[in-house]
Design a protein around this ligand. Structure first.
Ligand code: MF3
Ligand code: CO
Length: 252
């Protein structure tokens, strides 16, 4: 069952989304060569707590941190570590969730560390653009897989591949609600979109093949060919008009 949110619930999720969005926007100035992935987690957690919110990821199925920090061939769920130092030319995906009054917002971005290759920049740009292609179909009356198909079309037309094993999701009182939202598939399938649905849409796009595996720590997902991966996610409300992005504010 897809839970529809009331205006009051969306108002709470908007507050949560503002903090998540603010963190992601501040991270672009914080991420630089020499910091560790743990430094990113500390930065994220401090801002969530300062805003009297709860880090949604910490303790989720035993996850040990407030952010997922995934470097280069790491796709998602990288565990922050003081030993993992970022170097010039790396790319780093940061995924953040904040819970406010029981409601979760969830978003992710991929950042350059110093100067990066043109190929890495293209991957980041295409991943972000694929999200916005999907967003065009976030309208009442469309079918869920119209979003999926649009994301896949963009990423593959740019020469990249779409991760199959991890998908977007409904979001609200729980971080993961129905429906699952694959970033690939044929259009015209699945439930019709309705006002009050809230989705975390999150393309994970690979430079090489789409195959991934989970490391020994049982969390970190990596590409099997060790090529780069990028991630872009926002929490999106379906409305009678344009979709509302709860995690994309210019928060300064
Ligand atoms: N943002 C991730 C998702 O969309 C959640 C992180 S998994 C956690 O599924 F375990 F770290 F919380
Ligand atoms: Co998510």
């Amino acid at each position: 069952m897809i839970v529809l949110k009331s205006q009051e619930e969306i108002d709470i999720m908007r507050e949560s989304g503002k903090v998540t969005s603010y963190i992601l926007s501040e991270l672009s100035g914080f991420i630089k060569p020499g910091i560790s992935t743990k430094d990113i987690d500390t930065f994220v957690e401090d801002i969530i707590l300062k805003n009297n919110m709860i880090p949604s990821f910490k303790g989720y199925n035993g996850y040990p941190a407030s952010a997922c920090v995934s470097v280069n061939e790491e796709v998602v769920h990288g565990i922050p570590s003081s030993k993992r130092i970022l170097y010039e030319g790396d790319i780093v995906s940061v995924d953040v969730g904040s819970t406010y009054k029981g409601y979760v917002s969830d978003a992710a971005r991929t950042y350059p560390v110093g100067r990066i290759s043109a190929e890495a920049r293209e991957l980041i740009n295409s991943t972000e653009a694929s999200f916005f292609e999907g967003l065009k179909f976030c309208k009442v009356g469309n079918r869920l897989s119209d979003i999926s198909a649009a994301i896949q079309r963009k990423a593959e037309s740019d020469g990249f591949s779409v991760v199959r094993d991890f998908v977007g999701h409904g979001i609200g009182r729980a971080m993961h609600e129905e429906p699952q939202i694959p970033n690939y598939g044929k259009p015209g399938r699945g439930p019709r979109l309705a006002s009050g649905m809230v989705f975390a849409i999150e393309p994970m796009i690979n430079q090489g093949g789409y195959e991934v595996e989970v490391l020994e720590n049982n969390w970190t997902v990596v590409t099997i060919d060790k090529k780069l991966s990028a991630h872009y996610e926002n929490t999106v409300v379906i409305t009678d008009g344009e979709p509302e992005l709860l995690t994309l504010f210019d928060a300064r």
